[in-house]
Ligand binder design. Structure first.
Ligand code: UDX
Length: 432
C-alpha cells in the first residue's frame, strides 16, 4: 500500500520502518527540515535498538522516503497516519496543536480518497475533531480511523512486528476493510470498534499498567514495615493468571513519555466529563511519593545530605533507551539537590549535553563516562535505572571506590545475600 506518516518522531519512525518492512511504500513527513535532512542520511537523533539499521536498509531499497513537502506526502496515498506529539499542557490536558496542524495540511492537499489514521495518543473525541478540520478544507472523500500504538521503548520494533492485539476504530466498512488489509499478515486478534472506543482502549491500557506499578510500590512500602519480601510477593501474585507477572516490579515509580502524560490526560478527560477518577488521582500521588521515599532512605543511611556527595547510576527512565522524559532519576536528583547534596552521575546511553540543555540543573552535578570513576569520593550510591551492566557490577570495586559503603537500590537489582557478604549498608524497595 502507499502510506504516509505525519510526524517523524519515535512512534512515526518505528511505524514507518515496520510498515516498509512489510512491503509498503512509506513517505515520512515532518515540519523539521533539519531532522528530515538527517534521516535522509540515515541519522537518527535518539537510540532505539535496530531502528537506524532498518532506516538505512529501507532507504537503500527505496521503500522509505523523507520529505518536508506536505503535497508530496498527501498526494496518491491509500493511508495517512498522524503520529505527531501530543505533549501535556500545564492543566494536564493533551496539547492537540500538532494534531490540528497535521489535519490542516492533510485537508489542504488531499486529492483522492484516503484513510486518515490517528496513531498519536489523543483524548476521546479527537477523531471527530480531525474529521471536522479536514472536511472544512476538502471536498474529496476520506475517513478518519483510530489505530493506537502499544510500543514500548527499547523493544518498539519487536512490539510492532509481534502485536498482542491490533485496535482499529472506524465509522464505516470502507476504512475498516483497508486497515484490516494493511495488517492482514498479523495473526493476533484484530479489534474493530468505534473510534471513541479505540481511543479509550489506549488510555485505559496505559492507566491500568501505571496503576499496577503504583499498587505494587505501595505493597512494597508495607512489606518493609512487616518484614515481607516484595520480590517474592510479586512472584507469588504474578503466578495467578488473573493478575499476571508483568508490571509488578517495585521501584522508583513509573516515568517516560507515555504513562505520566496519559494518566494525567485520562484524569483530565474524566474531570472534563464531570467524573472524579479517584483511583487515578491516587496512582499519580503514589508515583510522586515514591521519588521522595528514595531521599528519605538516603537520609537514613547518610544522615544530613548537605554537602554529601551521592553517585547516581542510571538517568534514563528505564534501561535500553536514552530517553530522560519524566525520568524518576532526574526528579530524584532535583530532590537531592534541594537537600544540598552534590551529585556524580553515570548513564550508559544518555547524552549528557542534551540532558544539560533540557534540564538545567541548578546545583552541582558532574557526569562520568565510567561508572566506577563516578563513585569516587561519594558517600553513597543510588541506583535509579536497572541497566544490565549495573546488575553485573563488581561489588568489591563499588565498595572500595565509595567513601562509605552506602547503597540505595531503587530497582532491587542486587541480591541481599551478596551485598550483606560485602558489608554494604544497603536499602532497597520492599525488602528488609
Ligand atoms: C509504555 C507502554 O508499555 C506502551 O505500551 C505504550 O504504548 C507507551 O508507554 P514505555 O513508556 O516505553 O511504554 O515503557 P514501559 O516499559 O511500559 O515502562 C514505563 C515505566 O514504568 C518505566 O519508567 C519503568 O521503569 C516503569 N515500570 C515498568 C516499573 O516501575 N515497574 C514495572 O514493573 C514496569
Amino acid at each position: 500500500m502507499r502510506i504516509s506518516i505525519f510526524g517523524s518522531g519515535y512512534v512515526g519512525l518505528v511505524t514507518a520502518v515496520c510498515l516498509a518492512k512489510l512491503g509498503n511504500e512509506v513517505i515520512c513527513y515532518d515540519i523539521d527540515r533539519e531532522k528530515i535532512d538527517k534521516l535522509q542520511k540515515g541519522i537518527v537523533t535518539f537510540f532505539e535498538p535496530g531502528l537506524k539499521d532498518l532506516i538505512i536498509k529501507n532507504l537503500a531499497e527505496k521503500k522509505i522516503f523523507f520529505t518536508v513537502d506536505p503535497l508530496f506526502a498527501v498526494r496518491d496515498r491509500d493511508i495517512i497516519f498522524i503520529a505527531v506529539g501530543t505533549p501535556q499542557k500545564k492543566s494536564g490536558e493533551a496539547d492537540l496543536s500538532y494534531v490540528k496542524n497535521a489535519a490542516n495540511e492533510i485537508g489542504k492537499n488531499l486529492k483522492n480518497y484516503t484513510v486518515i489514521v490517528n496513531k498519536s495518543t489523543v483524548p476521546v473525541g479527537t477523531g471527530l475533531l480531525v474529521e471536522n478540520i479536514i472536511e472544512k478544507r476538502n471536498k474529496h472523500s476520506f475517513d478518519v480511523v483510530s489505530n493506537p500504538e502499544f510500543l514500548s521503548e527499547g523493544r518498539a520494533l519487536y512490539d510492532f512486528m509481534n502485536p498482542e492485539r491490533i485496535v482499529i476504530g472506524s465509522r464505516s466498512l470502507r476504512p475498516k476493510k483497508i486497515m484490516n488489509k494493511l495488517y492482514e499478515s498479523f495473526s493476533c486478534p484484530m479489534i474493530n470498534t468505534k473510534v471513541e472506543t479505540a481511543e479509550m482502549i489506549k488510555y485505559a491500557s496505559n492507566a491500568f499498567l501505571a496503576t499496577k506499578i503504583s499498587f505494587i510500590n505501595e505493597i512494597a512500602n508495607i512489606c518493609e514495615r512487616v518484614g515481607a519480601d516484595i520480590e517474592e510477593v510479586s512472584y507469588g501474585m504474578g503466578l495467578d493468571s488473573r493478575i499476571g507477572n508483568k508490571f509488578l516490579n517495585a521501584g522508583v515509580g513509573y516515568g517516560g513519555s507515555c504513562f505520566p502524560k496519559d494518566v494525567k490526560a485520562l484524569n483530565n478527560i474524566a474531570a472534563v466529563n464531570e467524573y472524579d477518577f479517584k483511583l487515578l488521582k491516587s496512582v499519580i500521588r503514589v508515583n510522586n511519593d515514591q521519588r521522595k521515599l528514595i531521599v528519605e532512605k538516603a537520609e537514613r543511611l547518610l544522615g544530613d545530605l548537605k554537602e554529601k556527595k551521592v553517585c547516581v547510576w542510571g538517568l534514563s527512565y528505564k534501561p535500553d533507551t536514552d530517553d530522560i522524559r519524566e525520568s524518576a532519576a532526574i526528579d530524584i536528583i532535583k530532590l537531592f539537590h534541594k537537600k544540598g547534596a552534590i551529585i556524580n552521575a553515570y548513564d550508559p546511553k544518555v547524552n549528557y549535553d542534551q540532558l544539560n540543555k533540557e534540564v538545567k540543573f541548578k546545583n552541582k552535578i558532574v557526569f562520568y563516562m565510567n561508572k566506577y570513576d563516578a563513585l569516587k569520593n561519594c558517600h553513597g550510591l543510588f541506583i535509579a535505572t536497572e541497566w544490565n551492566e549495573f546488575r553485573k557490577a563488581d561489588l568489591k570495586r563499588i565498595k572500595s571506590n565509595l567513601i562509605e559503603p552506602n547503597v540505595i537500590d531503587g530497582r532491587n537489582i542486587f541480591e541481599i545475600k551478596s551485598v550483606n557478604k560485602h558489608g554494604f549498608n544497603y536499602l532497597s524497595i520492599g525488602r528488609s
